[in-house]
Design a protein around this ligand. Structure first.
Ligand SMILES: [Zn+2]
Length: 343
């Protein structure tokens, strides 16, 4: 079933015109077929690095089946019960991360709309969220944007997002695709946001170039990403000091410390982040130190809460702020697409 149209789908590989049936999209020029699974178009050109396409779809089907008779929270618990390879302490942490998704999304939506740009928030504005996961941000985004769409490389998580959106009476289109190969025509969105996504991308430069491509002239990209050189524990795998190692050593170190792979995670520093955004053609690039939201604080241990209270105080002091750009926990980054399109 074709989605309601504030935007137009194209082939993510050749950008050719697509024909649609209730079961699939078909690219006329390159003949590729993209199935629609449980109402979600699957435009992926490569799988989620942690799971094959077939396994992801099968897991999605099982979650959808379970979700018919259970609520969102139970379905998240069911997901981790069927995914024993995630260590229990990390599963508990990821569950809390998911549960606080609406709060974190709300904080991000607030940060994305600085006072001088509130005029941008009127009717007719559209938002694309890259890496929407279980859809926490999408729920409140509907209040500020007339068109909202969430994309993720993990079909199984989009199925869980469907359950959450249904519970909130939110009708938000979800699309399964690679952030590096977006299935949208150029210049479709006023805002693109991606929280905790860049560090998991197989090609960060391409992800940013694709974000720039689908933004309308004058549109903005808002990113949240973790700092490679954070002085805290690495937030995905909870190991200290990973970012200070040479990149080729990181995977072996995390495997030794946690028995889980790390070769797909690529955290960036302040300098790298600015360089990537400029190279992707963004103007007026701003990298900021994030406010730590209530949602995020709920994820923290007592000691971490003390650290964050200190961080929130220190980042108001100009000299200390410079140091936090080097060793702080994370960044917010804003990039504007120029008013006219590059030819
Ligand atoms: Zn094609």
């Amino acid at each position: 079933m074709p989605l309601p149209q504030p935007y137009t789908f194209v082939c993510p590989l050749c950008r050719g015109v697509l024909s649609a049936t209730t079961a699939e999209y078909r690219c006329e020029p390159c003949r590729r077929v993209f199935p629609i699974i449980m109402g979600i178009p699957d435009f992926r050109v490569f799988p989620d690095p942690y799971i094959s396409l077939a396994e992801d779809r099968e897991k999605g089907r099982r979650l959808a089946e379970y979700g018919h008779a259970h609520n969102f929270e139970s379905t998240v618990a069911y997901y981790y019960a069927m995914t024993p390879e995630v260590p229990p302490d990390l599963a508990a942490r990821y569950t809390r991360y998911i549960q606080t998704g609406i709060d974190r999304g709300r904080a991000l939506l607030g940060a994305m709309a600085p006072p001088e740009s509130t005029a941008d928030q009127g009717a007719g504005r559209s938002l694309l969220e890259i890496g929407c996961g279980t859809g926490g941000l999408l729920i409140d985004a509907r209040e500020n944007y007339s068109h909202v769409v969430g994309i993720d490389i993990a079909l199984r998580w989009l199925v869980v997002a469907q359950i959450r959106l249904r519970e909130h009476g939110a009708d938000v289109p979800l699309v399964c695709c690679c952030a590096e190969y977006l299935p949208f025509l150029d210049e479709q969105f006023d805002r693109v946001t991606a929280g905790d996504v860049l560090e998991h991308s197989v090609d960060q430069q391409r992800l940013l170039a694709e974000s720039a491509r689908v933004l309308k002239p004058g549109g903005t990209l808002f990113l949240v990403t973790q700092n490679r050189f954070t002085l805290r524990l690495e937030p995905c795998v909870r190991v200290w000091g990973v970012g200070f190692l040479p990149r080729p050593w990181m995977n072996a170190y995390v495997r030794w410390a946690r028995r889980i792979p790390y070769h797909r995670v690529h955290m960036v520093s302040y300098v790298e982040l600015r360089r990537l955004l400029r190279k992707a053609g963004f103007q007026a690039v701003r990298v900021m130190l994030p406010d730590i939201s209530t949602g995020e604080r709920r994820l923290m241990t007592g000691w971490e809460k003390i650290q964050i209270a200190v961080y929130n105080g220190l980042k108001r002091l100009p000299i200390i702020r410079m140091i936090l750009y080097l060793g702080g926990p994370a960044f917010w980054a804003l990039g504007h697409k120029g008013p006219t399109r590059k030819s």
